[in-house]
Every structure is written in C-alpha cells, then in structure tokens.
Ligand binder design. Structure first.
Ligand code: SF4
Ligand code: SF4
Length: 324
C-alpha cells in the first residue's frame, strides 16, 4: 500500500507554496481541556472521550492556570472543553474564579450531560456566571444526531436547549450567549455556515420553539477516533485528498492556533486541541505549564501535520466555526 506522503503533500509544503508562514501572535484565548471523561462516545470524537476514561485535570493544575491568567491580562477568553467539562469535580470552582477575574468564559457542552445525576443545577450555574455555552447539535434531524452521538441524544439535546432558553440563553437582548456546533455526519466538508444557520434557525424555531445566537460549522479533523473510523470504512485517503484539494489560503491566514494555546488535563501545552490529541507538543517541543513563568514565554512556532488540512479546507474551520 503506498504511503500517505506519496500523494498527500505536507501541510508545511503547501503553506510554503502560497508563501504563508504561520506564527503565534499574542495569545488572546486559553483553551483548557479539563479531561476525557464524557457521558457520550461519539464516532467523530477526536478526544476519544467516553464514560470509561479516567483522565481529569486536578485542582493544583487549575490553580496554576489561574496564576498564569492573573499575569496575562491580554488573555481575555478562557475556553473550557473536554470530554464533558461539567464532570470534572473542580470545574465549578475554576469557573467562579475566572468569572471573578472578569474574563470571558466559553463552555463546550454536549447538552445531554445536563441530565446526568448531580448535574441538575449545572445550566443555572452557567447562567449565574455568564458563561457562554457552545453546544453540539450536528443536525436538526433526530436520526442524524443519534447515529453520530448515540441513541436518545437528540431528545436530551432538545431538552437541554429548552432548559438553556428558559434561563435566558439565546433570547433576544440577553447577554447569555448560546451557540450551536454542526459537524458533518459523513466524510465531506460542512456546507455554507450562514445558509445552514438559517436552516437551523427555521427548523428549531418551527418544530421545537428553540432560539440560539449563532451556528458554528466545524470540519471533522482526521485524528484519533475519527481517523480510525475513516480507515475502517476505507475513506481515509479520499477524505485527506478532499481536504488538500480544497485548501483555502484565506483560512490559513487566520488559524485559531495563531491566537490561542491549548492545555491538556495534565498541564502539558499544545498549539490546539487536535495537536493535543495527536500527541504533537506545542511548537514541536514538549512544554508544561510549570515550565513557564508566564504565557508570554510560550514559543511562537506552531507544529503542523497532515490533519491541519482540516482547518484550511473550504471555508476553513476553528473552534469558532468557519474562518474565511
Ligand atoms: S460529547 Fe463531545 S467530548 Fe463527548 S464523546 Fe461526543 S464529541 Fe467527544
Ligand atoms: S490542527 Fe491545530 S495546529 Fe493545525 S492548523 Fe488547525 S489549529 Fe493550527
């Protein structure tokens, strides 16, 4: 079988072809993956999260992050992801602290976790602390959601959105932001973000009375569980070719790794959550949050690999949706 390199160029080579050099600019967002424990086990999950995982960020690691944030006033946003972050026992204490520091808090929520035992007041807690919720909903059709995320997940997602709307999330004039995330159910690129947002808005309002602020379309990045899923179905090479063929230089100028760093549950640093899961350390050299005195010491170089083509294909993809 020919190797990938025979027909897929390196990401660095394609950037060179377009004269693009990607370097980290001053960091504005700290993305923190607080653990791999999740109540779901979605087929596309690049974190390989699930109920049987045990990795969880510890209290001392959260405390170190608070210290680093105190010395980094330019980092205005803290983006909390997982797994299901709510399941980390230190999640609420960290949210309270960061909220008191006046930073913007983003929280990536799978919605169904809001109905797990012990999570009954999580939605109210998020609202009380002004946390922006970014919720996964890969389709407005039940079958498509359940196929990707598990049986019964669509119903819980709709209940979760009703709960959040009831607290003021996504309502006109409310400061509580509720953004939804779409990712493709198959080995294809997302459709137009603005057109799909309009369809979501109509469908969710008409059938469920649900309101939200924005829809983010994300490309499935071919690492870990999703890469294996593609290989098992004989789709990996074609999907990589699709990503390469749709390289968009405009997206490459605005990659999310250029303004943020990603912290793993154990405090190790990465250029993004995808590199974290691929085991590719920040700038290519292992570095830990206890190795730096402040976030300005983090190197500007960014480690790239073939999965980076997922961020530059078509309209581009980031944790905040389409780029270009
Ligand atoms: S809900 Fe999110 S973190 Fe959990 S398995 Fe699904 S994609 Fe992964
Ligand atoms: S996968 Fe990560 S490092 Fe690669 S382009 Fe995307 S954000 Fe940047």
């Amino acid at each position: 079988m020919p190797s990938l390199q025979c027909h897929i160029p390196t990401f660095g080579h394609v950037l060179d072809t377009y004269g693009i050099a990607i370097k980290r600019q001053p960091i504005t967002t700290l993305q923190i993956n607080v653990g791999k424990v999740c109540n779901q086990s979605c087929t596309h999950c690049h974190v390989e999260a699930g109920p049987l995982r045990s990795e969880m960020m510890e209290a001392t690691t959260f405390q170190r992050l608070v210290e680093l944030l105190q010395n980094a006033p330019g980092v205005h946003t803290v983006d909390i992801t997982g797994g299901a972050p709510e399941l980390n026992p230190h999640f609420r204490a960290f949210v309270r602290t960061v909220h008191a520091m006046g930073r913007t808090l983003l929280h990536r929520c799978n919605l169904s976790v809001l109905f797990e035992p012990g999570q009954e007041d999580t939605a109210a807690f998020l609202a009380e602390h002004g946390v922006e919720v970014i919720a996964s909903l890969p389709c407005y059709l039940e079958d498509n959601v359940n196929r990707q995320r598990g049986e019964g997940v669509f119903d819980k997602s709709i209940r979760g959105l009703h709960l959040l709307n009831g607290l003021g999330y996504g309502q006109p004039g409310s400061s509580l932001k509720l953004n939804l995330v779409y990712n493709p159910g198959g080995a294809h690129l997302p459709p137009s973000q603005s057109a799909l947002e309009e369809s979501y808005r109509q469908q969710l309002a008409q059938h469920y009375g649900i309101l939200f602020n924005h829809l983010y379309t994300l490309t499935n990045i071919p690492v870990t569980r999703y890469a294996r899923h593609l290989r098992q179905h004989g789709q990996y090479d074609d999907y990589m070719q699709l990503l390469v063929d749709n390289f968009n230089p405009a997206a490459a100028h605005n990659l999310m790794c250029m303004q943020q760093v990603s912290v793993a549950w154990d405090g190790s640093l990465y250029d993004c959550d995808f590199n974290q899961m691929a085991g590719l350390p920040i700038g290519g050299t292992p570095l830990h949050i206890w190795d730096v005195q402040n976030l300005e010491q983090i190197p500007r170089s960014i480690a790239t690999a073939s999965h980076c083509f997922g961020c530059t294909a078509g309209a581009g993809s980031s944790c905040g949706g389409a780029i270009a």
